[in-house]
Write a protein that binds this ligand. Structure first.
Ligand code: NAD
Length: 309
């Protein structure tokens, strides 16, 4: 298949692009390199340095590459930045996505895979673990923009018969996560400890998230080429506190100098874990990597790359 991966210079989608190439697909990457790095784009992939807000430039990509599948990961992906600059967040995450959907419909794309977020679209959950039928009550502009695009997917699915799936990830972690970009607590803690600086914990450390390792997210994106329809949680179903992450990273690095405490940031959810029953049923997918193994691999990568981060 010919697969257009947006955001393929970034953390998650660069791994997906690698996996699609390994599976013998033809891959092109669209990325404006605003947070992504050129070196993350696989050499075998055609690369278009394009801002998804620029629909004329995007049209040329579709004319040139003519994709069968669009895997859409390009986004403004930071919750704090979305609170500070909701216009920028909406322009990239909503308008950029609409540009892609319009072109996908026009160029007869057969399948649209969208990177959504289980950590931010539900808001503060009414019950745990949250399943896909839970009301969407996002508490940040980022969660709002991700939710809105799911509604556009439903619209394009109905009006244009576009086949789509929205993968609502938990907190994804793993190699290539850039600790300088305001997201990714495992990499951020590891980088600070490796520099001899105490990690910062916002709130009292009891905030719980559902952490999912990158290779499990990649496996879901492989399965989603053929299976699944609508929104699907991609996570572990298990809550892990920020303090547990701090302890896990400390254990790998032998860190004993403690942490700094700061007030909780606006827009952050206090507790979330995501039911993955639906992904198991429709994608025949379940997470394979436990927290200890995932944290160790991530810390190893940060250690090997600390001079470039
Ligand atoms: P990332 O910042 O590493 O990747 C995003 C990529 O999109 C970057 O390479 C960036 O340069 C590119 N991009 C940003 N704006 C663009 C624009 N206007 N035009 C073209 N390219 C643009 O972040 P990530 O963590 O890899 O996230 C990838 C996707 O997964 C995002 O859609 C994000 O919302 C979603 N997601 C991430 C997580 C997580 O825990 N990391 C959780 C849920 C959902």
């Amino acid at each position: 298949m010919r697969i257009l991966v947006t955001g393929g210079a970034g953390f998650i989608a660069s791994h997906i692009a690698d996996a699609y190439i390994n599976a013998q697909h033809t891959v092109a990457v669209v990325d404006d390199l605003s947070t992504g790095k050129r070196e993350n784009v696989p050499q075998e992939a055609q690369f278009f340095e394009v801002d998804i807000r620029n629909s004329n430039a995007l049209r040329k990509v579709f004319e040139d590459f003519n994709p069968d599948v669009v895997n859409h990961h390009a986004a403004q992906a930071s919750v704090p930045r979305s609170s500070k600059d909701p216009q920028y967040d909406a322009s990239v995450n909503i308008i950029g996505s609409i540009n892609l959907l319009l072109l996908s419909a026009e160029f007869g794309v057969k399948r649209f895979i969208y990177a959504s977020t289980g950590g931010a679209v539900y808001g503060e959950p009414q019950q745990l673990p949250v399943n896909e039928d839970h009301p969407l009550m996002p508490t940040s502009p980022y969660g709002i923009s991700k939710m809105v695009v799911e509604h556009y997917l439903r619209f394009f699915g109905r009006e244009q018969e576009l086949s789509w799936v929205a993968l609502r990830y938990g907190n994804v972690y793993g190699p290539r996560q850039d600790p300088t970009k305001g997201a990714g607590v495992v990499a951020i803690f590891a980088a600070r400890m490796l520099r001899g600086e105490r990690p910062i914990i916002y709130g009292d450390g009891s905030a719980e998230r559902d952490y999912i390792y990158i290779s499990d997210v990649v496996a879901a994106n492989i399965a989603a080429l053929k299976h699944g329809q609508g929104p699907l949680n991609i996570a572990t179903g298990k809550p892990t506190s920020v303090m547990q992450i701090y302890e896990a990273v400390s254990a790998v690095l032998g860190w004993d100098k403690g942490f700094e405490k700061r007030p909780m940031r606006p827009g952050e959810v206090q507790r979330v874990s995501l039911s993955v029953t639906q992904a198991y049923k429709t994608l025949n997918w379940e997470p394979q990597v436990g927290l200890e193994e995932g944290v160790r691999k991530t810390v190893d990568w940060v250690r090997a790359n600390i001079d470039r981060l």
